[in-house]
Design a protein around this ligand. Structure first.
Ligand code: HEC
Length: 179
């Protein structure tokens, strides 16, 4: 009786060992298969990873915030505006600081704020501030408008820009229709 119990146990252990060995072998085989058709998993992987991460950031910056406008939260934009406050006021008739007052800026003529001395770059651009132009400008001011006086790196995330755009839109007696 005792022997039989012991026998079963050792068989069980054997089976477990065999399974462990087999899965290990299988795992190795799979990893090797991957390495073979994807040389990217070799020693250069870290560099590739970095390049990919960079590419991803670029895509995020290149993506526009317009598609997110419908679900964007003006309250979040108001908080984000903390980044802009040093240079911009938002109330109607507010004063110009380092940058122009931004009341009613959506749909306003570019460089159209009263009494502010804009850069030649912005004055020469012409046209009105559409949502699309504001989105591109705020993503990377110096890329959208080389020569701008606005010393601000940009809001990299499309969701942040969408929140900012709906906040800027709210600074008006008659907010412009969303695109
Ligand atoms: C360091 C100061 C500074 C900061 C920070 C800054 N801006 Fe500006 N902004 C400016 C200046 C200066 C101009 C005028 C640009 C020109 O003339 O080229 C400007 C122009 C603008 C314009 C165009 C206004 C018009 O009348 O044509 C908008 C819109 C704007 N800023 C939004 C923002 C937002 C939103 C933020 C925050 C995310 C921000 N800015 C952060 C200084 C700043």
């Amino acid at each position: 009786m005792h022997f039989e119990w012991y026998h079963k146990l050792s068989l069980g252990i054997l089976a477990a060992l065999w399974l462990a060995y087999a899965s290990n072998y299988l795992g190795d085989a799979l990893v090797h298969a991957k390495t073979m058709d994807k040389p990217a998993y070799t020693a250069e992987a870290p560099e590739e990873g970095e390049a990919k991460a960079e590419a991803k950031t670029e895509t995020a910056a290149a993506e526009d915030g317009l598609t997110l406008l419908a679900s964007a939260d003006a309250g979040k934009g108001a908080k984000l505006f903390g980044k802009c406050k040093a240079c911009h006021t938002t109330e109607k008739g507010g004063k110009n600081k380092v940058g122009p007052n931004l009341w009613d800026v959506v749909g306003r003529a570019k460089a159209g704020g009263a009494g502010f001395k804009y850069s030649g770059a912005l004055t020469d651009m012409g046209g009105d501030w559409s949502y699309a132009d504001l989105d591109a400008f705020l993503a990377k001011p110096k890329a959208f408008l080389p020569g701008t006086k606005m010393a601000f790196a940009g809001l990299k995330k499309p969701a942040q820009r969408a929140a900012m755009l709906v906040y800027l839109r709210s600074l008006s007696d008659s907010p412009k229709a969303l695109p």
